[in-house]
Design a protein around this ligand. Structure first.
Ligand code: B4P
Length: 191
């Protein structure tokens, strides 16, 4: 089982991914978490992407595709994988499809969280106060929203065209309410 949790910055992807991982026994692969760990460890990749992320821009496709290619086989060894924050461009989606088809796999479902932009900005500014994440400044948030509309939204049409079920789920409400909607939309029984 290969699933994607999709949505604009602040829509609750990370929050819901943790719940989906537990309930459906999928291995959670978050490219944002992987990149932040590289930055924190000061690796060559971290040095390359730190400034890009802080500005709210997307890191280059080749770099992120190489990272996912390196991690996917281990993640796939279990019952399934939940991708969070990837793919974020149509180029990344095509690269993912090729990686999966080499293994005889495909994307089984996409859950797209839908939250009004004003609420997204409020959530991220609140997280800035609590966690102090470098890319949760007003300017970086604006850039992340811009990148989302310019490059990421089109990924949904890519999967619709391929016949992959894309479930649009409202991300407004408590995390438990949102998770209840995801559970119903995806329609897979918990492990
Ligand atoms: P991500 O880590 O993916 O950042 P994000 O889009 O903000 O998602 P995150 O998981 O943190 O937030 P969530 O929606 O859960 O990426 C960060 C950066 O890494 C990118 O900008 C880019 O530079 C780079 N990057 C990552 N992947 C890449 C790729 N594939 N290609 C290129 N570049 C890439 O929302 C979180 C906030 O909302 C939390 O504070 C949470 O508490 C709150 N929240 C969640 N659910 C809520 C609810 N129901 N009600 C109220 N608040 C809620």
């Amino acid at each position: 089982m290969i699933g994607i949790i999709f949505g604009p910055p602040g829509s609750g992807k990370g929050t819901q991914a943790a719940r989906i991982e537990d309930a459906f026994r999928l291995k959670h692969l978050s490219t944002g978490d992987i990149l932040r760990a590289e930055v924190a460890r000061g690796t060559p990749v971290g040095k390359e992407v730190g400034r890009i992320m802080a500005a709210g821009d997307l890191v280059p496709d080749e770099l992120i595709v190489d990272i996912v290619r390196g991690r996917l086989p281990e993640a796939e060894a279990g019952e399934g994988v939940l991708l969070d924050g990837f793919p974020r461009t149509v180029g990344q989606a095509q690269a993912l499809d090729n990686m999966l088809s080499d293994e005889g796999h495909k994307v089984d479902f996409v859950v797209a969280l839908d939250v009004p932009e004003a609420e997204l900005v409020d959530r991220l500014l609140h997280r800035a106060e609590v966690e102090g994440r470098e890319d949760d400044t007003r300017q970086a948030i604006e850039e992340r929203m811009h990148e989302y509309h310019k490059l990421t939204e089109a990924v949904l049409d890519h999967y619709r065209r391929k016949g992959v079920p894309v479930q649009l789920v409202s991300g407004v409400g408590s995390p438990d309410q949102v998770f209840g909607r995801i559970r119903r939309a995806v329609g897979i029984s918990s492990a």
